[in-house]
Write a protein that binds this ligand. Structure first.
Ligand code: GDP
Length: 358
């Protein structure tokens, strides 16, 4: 599962990618064509709480994979670059649009002024357009066939509904579909079906006093159910260079409780439909990643294939109950420690101990 960072050139994608993943790829390269991949820890206050309680030797956070996709100039530019761009985008499981809301002399802007909303609208329009082209190509292929089977007729009806939605600038997530149609849908690789989030790269002034089009941008995203994370990539990169003990003070000065990339990593994790369960002990406190809807036996397999094979029961309690009551013993007294079977659907924040036979 991978989230693709997309956006126009020079909006700070690589800067953000480096911050998230701890990489150090060169930034500010015009005409960059390299795709970078890496993973970022997902900061989680629940893991910190468990670590303080169990004092383990090792603490392991969940991680989320990112792909830094070079931006293309949407006003024409090189056609091959655009094709490559959309190929990479198609391969991502979710998308994070990065838009520019920082001023910097020497970094060329796409428009004459800072217009993050317009930037996002252009990108969004490209995503919808790519899907329109896909639908039209498919329709053409079916219609040029000699005999139209019943199945093809059903597909045409579905594609026409898709086209209508896209032409109204609505993403394909809004097209209702039956389970059979869902299977068809999965095969197309539509872009507007991918979960989307928006990262606004701001400067210090923007962080403190807002930036051009902020209100309109936030409204536009909210109306479409798109989560927004404002992050000051450049300043955060500078802060990340400081010794850990100095970082809090600098963040504090900016009015931040934690770095924007922490929020971005969490938002990406959620956008991918991922949740965490925890295992705890003196040796390690660890966040494990599963998709929403994963059952206990499968989750056990994440920890070890032997545990999945020999699965007997999962001892489960909810992190929130532990935080409220303060200790596992009190949870037991309160009857909040549950024994669950192999088909139990794991919830975000479950603390699990698997019982298994070897
Ligand atoms: P990309 O083309 O979208 O990957 O953008 P880069 O990450 O390569 O950044 C483009 C240029 O903008 C680089 O020179 C960065 O140092 C600069 N930059 C990125 N983010 C910020 C920011 O928040 N503030 C300022 N002042 N400059 C930034």
């Amino acid at each position: 599962m991978e989230i693709g960072l997309i956006g126009l050139p020079q909006v700070g994608k690589t800067t953000l990618f480096n911050l998230l993943t701890g990489a150090s790829y060169p930034t500010g390269i015009l005409g960059e064509t390299k795709v970078h991949t890496g993973s970022a820890p997902v900061p989680d206050a629940r893991v910190d709480f468990l670590a303080a309680l169990y004092r383990p030797q090792k603490v392991t956070y969940a991680r989320v994979n990112f792909k830094d996709i070079p931006g293309v100039d949407l006003r024409g530019g090189e056609k091959g670059a655009a094709v490559r761009f959309f190929e990479e985008v198609r391969g991502a499981d979710a998308l994070c649009c990065v838009v520019r809301a920082f001023t910097a002399a020497g970094v060329p802007t796409y428009f004459d002024a800072l217009l993050p909303l317009r930037e996002f609208q252009e990108l969004y329009a490209e995503i919808l357009l790519a899907d329109i082209m896909l639908v039209e190509r498919r329709l053409e292929r079916i219609r040029s066939g000699k005999k139209v089977s019943k199945q093809a007729a059903a597909e045409v009806a579905l594609l026409e509904r898709c086209l209508a939605a896209l032409n109204e600038e609505r993403p394909l997530t809004e097209v209702t579909r039956t389970p059979e149609e869902e299977a068809l849908f999965a095969g197309y690789g539509f872009l507007s079906l991918k979960p989307l989030l928006l990262a606004v790269n701001v400067d210090e002034d923007g962080l403190k006093g807002g930036y051009p089009q902020q209100e309109a941008l936030l409204r536009y995203a909210t109306e479409r159910g798109i989560p927004v994370v404002e992050v000051a990539a450049r300043i955060e990169a500078e802060i990340a260079e400081l010794p850990p003990e100095d970082r809090v003070e600098f963040l504090d000065n900016l009015g931040l409780q934690e770095p924007g990339i922490a929020r971005l990593a969490r938002a990406a994790y959620r956008a991918l439909g991922l949740i965490s369960f925890f295992t705890v002990g003196e040796d390690e406190v660890k966040a494990w990643t599963v998709r929403e809807g994963t059952v206990a036996k499968r989750a056990a397999g994440k920890v070890h294939s032997d545990i999945e094979r020999g699965f007997i029961r999962a001892e489960v309690f909810a992190f929130d109950d532990l935080r409220q009551l303060g200790s596992p013993a009190k949870l037991r007294e309160a009857g909040l420690l549950r024994l669950e079977g192999k088909d139990y659907v794991v919830r975000d924040g479950d603390v699990i101990h698997f019982r298994f036979k070897v």
